[in-house]
Write a protein that binds this ligand. Structure first.
Ligand code: FAD
Ligand code: SF4
Length: 468
């Protein structure tokens, strides 16, 4: 097919559940490509001599090569091609912000819509899994060295996946009873089905990665114990940034005021999403207000809707253009009936005589000059206070570094916000201790946490080889 014909093919849409139906269930919203649609979409690729798309991918997925395999109809080989550099394609195909990464740099995007790289990544990973075509990759022979990974989020899983292939014994220590980090306790079922995360984790377990769940390092065991008593040769800290932030306004301690972290953990890990089979009816019949404007806000709001809220309102202090959530997530939330109260900020939560939240006092905001984040600073408009009736509030204004582990490591250098200081290869101030993901960068993305994990795995390998 010549370039002219390729340019005539429109970007292929992905079918979705009807908004009115999906607002009442936790099934996945986008339904995925069919093999025929996937091939048509992949045919649009121009096979550029300098594929700019790859430069936009933090883990360097060989995009044109996997697209070519789709065109040839070898979907399992396409999935394996992605897995050469990305251990979690079914996850990334669903949650990566491709519009600001590989798809943003795709050359086709200059004239037409870019290739739907994320949708195709998802398609081949699903095809491989659903058709039982997953093959366990070859490993180097055991080299006698042991590495401990603390935290089983995307960065920890990536380190474990890369090191097990190089012949290391790898054990992941995870505080929660389920592995996956935010992928399992944060991102809801309708965006990332739990079975997919479980399958990606099983892929690592089948390769020999050991998992120790319910192990809070820093409490039940320290990093020093792991090194000195358990004989680990190197340790990777991928503990994320899961400490919820609050606004420090009056009324935040009232009943039915949650952090988004707690709320989403109740939905995902305490199975509120399976109500009534599991009795965790967290929003049933309530008027829910979610404060914030990121992906976590959209996830919390859409979960509240699906668990039976009467109404769900997002309160955000800037305008829609400044919302950090992915455009697609905001669009999906709007379609489902979430109300947006923009340029508004809570100043107080007011409760009833039982200490349960009943109303939220807000103030209107206007946008001033850009602040240090580059976005226009929201400024309160004097005398513009107003009341929102609400009986469940979710605070979703970000998260910070949890000091639980780092406070037990006085020699570990932290920055002023409590994040671990590490170089671009994940090396920390302590010998043999590496770190990456959100605990180094602050809240970021799945793929950036994985990118950090890849670099750290390489650095750990070099460190342990040089020790030999
Ligand atoms: P995490 O995923 O946070 O994993 C850290 C793990 O370490 C956790 O399992 C934790 O229990 C464990 N742990 C912590 N302390 C200890 C300890 N002391 N001992 C043992 N284990 C410990 N990014 C995207 O790219 N796209 C999205 O759509 C998206 N949506 C998001 C939605 C939500 C609700 C949230 C919260 C985040 C979202 N993100 C998204 C951000 C993304 O999930 C994170 O950037 C990413 O998960 C960070 O990976 P990580 O491995 O550094 O940490
Ligand atoms: Fe194909 Fe776009 Fe990459 Fe070019 S930049 S090789 S068109 S995906």
């Amino acid at each position: 097919m010549d370039v002219k014909d390729k340019l005539k093919i429109p970007r292929q849409e992905m079918p979705e559940q009807d908004p009115r139906v999906r607002a009442k269930n936790f099934l996945e919203v986008p339904l995925g490509y069919s093999p025929k649609t996937a091939q048509l979409e992949a045919q649009r690729c121009l096979n550029c001599k300098v594929p700019k798309c790859m430069g936009g991918c933090p883990v360097g997925v060989k995009i044109p090569e996997f697209l070519k395999l789709i065109v040839d109809g070898d979907f399992a080989a396409a999935a394996r091609k992605i897995k050469e550099t990305n251990a979690l394609p079914a996850v990334c195909g669903r949650v990566c912000p491709q519009e600001s990464q590989c798809e943003e740099t795709c050359i086709l995007g200059k004239k037409k819509d870019p290739i739907a790289i994320g949708r195709l990544e998802r398609f081949v990973a699903d095809y491989e899994r659903e058709n039982n075509l997953i093959k366990i990759p070859k490993k180097l022979p055991p080299n006698g060295k042991k590495v401990a990974v603390v935290g089983s989020g995307p960065s920890g899983l990536t380190v474990a996946g890369d090191l097990i292939k190089l012949g290391y014994k790898v054990t992941i220590f995870e505080a929660l009873h389920k592995p996956g980090g935010v992928l399992i306790y944060g991102i809801p079922e309708f965006r990332l089905p739990k079975a997919i995360v479980e399958s990606e984790v099983n892929y690592l377990v089948k390769q020999g990665v050991k998992l120790e769940l319910n192990k809070v390092i820093g409490a039940s065991r320290t990093v020093e114990d792991l090194m000195k008593k358990d004989g680990y040769d190197a340790i990777y800290l991928g503990v994320g940034a899961g400490l919820p932030r609050f606004m420090n306004i009056e009324g935040e301690n009232l009943s039915y005021v949650y952090s988004a972290n707690e709320y989403l953990t109740r939905i995902n890990l305490m199975k509120a999403y399976l109500y009534p089979q599991h009795y965790t009816p967290i929003a049933l019949g309530r008027n829910v207000t979610v404060v914030g404007g990121g992906n976590v806000t959209m996830d919390s709001a859409r979960c509240a809707l699906r668990t039976g809220a009467k109404s769900v309102t997002v309160v955000y202090r800037r305008a829609r253009e400044q919302m950090p959530a992915r455009a697609e997530e905001i669009h999906h939330a709007e379609q489902e009936g979430i109300i947006f109260n923009l340029l508004s900020n809570p100043v107080e939560l007011i409760g009833d005589e039982h200490g349960t939240v009943k109303t939220m006092k807000c103030i209107k905001m206007e946008l001033g000059e850009p602040d240090e984040s580059g976005r226009r600073r929201p400024i309160p408009i004097e005398g513009s206070e107003f009341i929102i009736e609400t009986d469940l509030v979710i605070m979703s204004i970000g998260a910070s570094a949890n000091p639980l582990l780092t406070s037990t490591m006085p020699a570990l250098e932290l920055n002023k916000w409590g994040y671990i200081v590490a170089d671009e290869k994940g090396k920390t101030s302590m010998k043999g201790i590496f770190a990456g993901g959100d605990i180094v960068t602050g809240a970021a993305t799945v793929i950036s946490a994985m990118g950090a994990g890849k670099k750290a795995a390489c650095a750990i390998d070099n460190y342990l080889k040089s020790k030999k």
